[in-house]
Design a binder for this molecule. Structure first.
Ligand SMILES: NC(=O)c1ccc[n+]([C@@H]2O[C@H](COP(=O)([O-])OP(=O)(O)OC[C@H]3O[C@@H](n4cnc5c(N)ncnc54)[C@H](O)[C@@H]3O)[C@@H](O)[C@H]2O)c1
Length: 285
């Protein structure tokens, strides 16, 4: 089946997920309620793609597909019109996603797949109050989607086999390796494993066992990881780590789950990592 793809949310993730879909040969529409941001993210994706073509990661045909198949829609109705596969990639706020899925479930028929790229919200949470819960699924890409060759798929018990297979097929047609989980879990495989690594790195640093630069070096050289846990934190944003820990603490009330003082201080100072020019490392130099 040739999917017609609609993407809602054109930030860091959505813009490149839509790009991947267009590159894969699928007619794709994208909608974001911040049109300026969407345009700049799509320009960025195109520049990236041109660069990747020059490095032979993609070829000219892919660039042509991107230019031919990707279209901007003006609202949620337009982005979902005649679509068979919807991917949501808006901000990680449950109430925003719930509103979008409740609207989508009314606008689309029961054969249309409703996928979310959320990193932590399982599709079952989003399906609860919507029509046709059998078509909800998590399709989790990695930043930057144009480069990162992985999609994690997970799905609620109510989701049917054909929906899972179509999602796997779309991910493969976008040129990505697919890992399908047997059960839902917030954070899937990679973010759960990463959280464990980062937590332990923060613990070592907090205990004064080593400097963060040396912990990063040890992980890169000793485990052959391309980035150390503090570099990863800077790239993904220290606020993301801080609020994720705070959320866990608010649920458990266990003091061990409270974000480390050094992390809290950096967030209070606005040193959020690469995006602000400074986090653990200084990127302004
Ligand atoms: N950044 C990552 O590394 C990463 C990796 C995997 C998954 N995710 C997930 O992808 C999703 C998006 O993350 P991101 O990093 O692209 O965020 P982002 O802030 O870059 O983009 C979010 C976009 O959603 C738009 N938006 C907000 N409300 C909207 C609405 N009602 N209708 C239409 N558009 C709306 C915003 O204008 C913004 O452009 C989140 O659920 C996140 O958990 C992020």
């Amino acid at each position: 089946m040739i999917e017609q793809v609609g993407v809602i949310g054109g930030g860091q993730m959505g813009s490149q997920i839509a790009s991947l879909s267009a590159i894969g040969g699928f007619t794709t529409h994208i909608f974001d309620n911040d049109i300026e941001n969407l345009s700049s993210k799509l320009n960025f994706a195109e520049k990236n793609l041109e660069n990747l073509v020059s490095k032979d990661v993609y070829d000219e045909k892919h660039l042509e597909n991107f230019r031919q198949n990707l279209h901007i829609a003006e609202n949620i109705k337009e982005v979902s019109e005649n679509k068979t596969f919807m991917i949501e990639a808006v901000v990680e706020k449950l109430e925003v996603k719930l509103e979008i899925f409740s609207e989508l479930s009314e606008l689309t028929n029961e054969k249309v797949i409703l996928a979310t790229n959320s990193s932590f919200i399982p599709a079952s949470e989003l399906a609860k109050e919507c029509r046709h819960s059998h078509r909800f699924i998590n399709m989790h890409f990695f930043y930057p989607p144009l480069r990162m060759d992985l999609v994690e798929i997970s799905y609620p018990e109510t989701t049917t086999k054909d929906i899972v297979e179509r999602t796997q097929n779309l991910g493969k047609a976008m040129g990505r390796s697919i890992v399908t989980l047997k059960k839902e879990t917030p954070g899937f495989i990679v973010n759960r494993m990463l959280a464990a690594l980062v937590d332990e790195a923060y613990e070592l640093y907090d205990e004064g066992i080593a400097d963060f630069q040396d912990i990063d070096l040890a992980i890169k050289k000793g485990l052959n990881h391309p980035l150390g846990p503090f570099e990863i934190s800077d790239y993904s944003g220290l606020d993301i780590h801080y609020y994720a820990k705070l959320k866990i603490y608010n649920e458990t009330k266990n003091p061990d789950d409270y974000p480390k003082d050094f992390l809290e201080q950096k967030v209070k100072d606005g040193n959020l990592g690469v995006k602000t020019g400074k986090g653990f490392y200084d990127y302004k130099k």
